[in-house]
Write a protein that binds this ligand. Sequence first.
Ligand SMILES: NC(=O)c1ccc[n+]([C@@H]2O[C@H](COP(=O)([O-])OP(=O)(O)OC[C@H]3O[C@@H](n4cnc5c(N)ncnc54)[C@H](OP(=O)(O)O)[C@@H]3O)[C@@H](O)[C@H]2O)c1
Length: 343
Amino acid sequence: MSTSSSKPRIVIYGVGQYGGFFTRFAVQKGWTIVAAFNRAGPKVGLDLGRVAGLDRDLGVIIQDCETANYDALKGKADIGMVGQTNLLSLNLPAYKRLIKAGLNVACHGSESYYPWGSDPATASEIDALCKQHGVSFMGGGIWDMSRIWSGILLCGPCTEIKSLSHSSITDANAGQTTPAQLIQIGVGMTQDEYMASGLPKSRIPISYRTIPEHVLKALGYTISQTRERVEPVVFDEEIHSSFTGRSYAPGICVGTRILAEIETKEGVTAKAKIELRLFKPGEVEHMFWSVDGMPHTRVRVERDDSPHATASNLFNRVPQIIAAKPGVVLCSQLGPMRHTALA
Ligand SMILES: NC(=O)c1ccc[n+]([C@@H]2O[C@H](COP(=O)([O-])OP(=O)(O)OC[C@H]3O[C@@H](n4cnc5c(N)ncnc54)[C@H](OP(=O)(O)O)[C@@H]3O)[C@@H](O)[C@H]2O)c1
């Protein structure tokens, strides 16, 4: 039970890197963690505090998500923090279990930022279930402030908008990236291997395409057409990665580029160029928006501490998600997020 009615009572669903962040933030802020769930494996049966990297037990034993009793959460927890996969459809069983127990859901998967653009059928199912149980669902993470709200705020002073342009470079070495995750963006492949891999036909570009879609929708435009594709990123000089301990020759893939183009009924267009890749020495992670309109404006968001940032973007949204109207809500609909530094 909550130690204070003003502090959210949370459930961790998926005790991985970001489930660990949510746990440590909650402990730091004095929020009660009611329960924790993970798929079967070595974490089940262990204390959440130890698995999350704390040096003490929290008295919360990680339960197998397939066999746990979710009715026990009714009236005892406010929100479930889901950090397992990016796909709405794959996460759906987790959402259903939490929502049916009367919990709001905060999901860290990338398709959940703008479910209507990523997977409309699953979005409808989640929305209906939330409304039936009087709870809300929101997806969030680092795009909230750095990609979505930065784009919305940039357009605030405009009296005319012709087009928007978004670009970014994200360091594939940041955080606790695993070798398997590097392969998922093509690092180390030849260009032929990349094109023969599943990457060009994967779902990777879909959630990135929803960034300009989401911003255009928040600005009041109606999307009429969307296109997206992925291509390998290669450099024309050799680079060495201290993370993998390997050197990558010119022409070898160092990551993935996602290109998206959006058209609206009103005639305003948006495009995005997003690179997830290894960095050359001196490069800095950043997100960039420019608006061709009046005024003509640009904003560049830089950051350090990316893993902390993506987890805290979602964590700091929790009070707003709990207070939101039932159904699927977007971070753009909740106003700017508020820090928890004073909490
Ligand atoms: N929103 C954003 O902007 C943003 C930014 C970065 C990352 N992400 C996404 O956030 C998610 C979590 O990332 P992470 O680094 O915390 O991953 P992680 O360390 O691999 O943790 C995922 C956790 O969920 C469990 N899990 C994985 N797949 C599952 C499934 N199909 N069913 C049930 N449980 C499952 C894993 O169980 P095991 O114990 O078996 O491993 C693990 O405990 C990923 O999808 C990642 O891509 C989003």
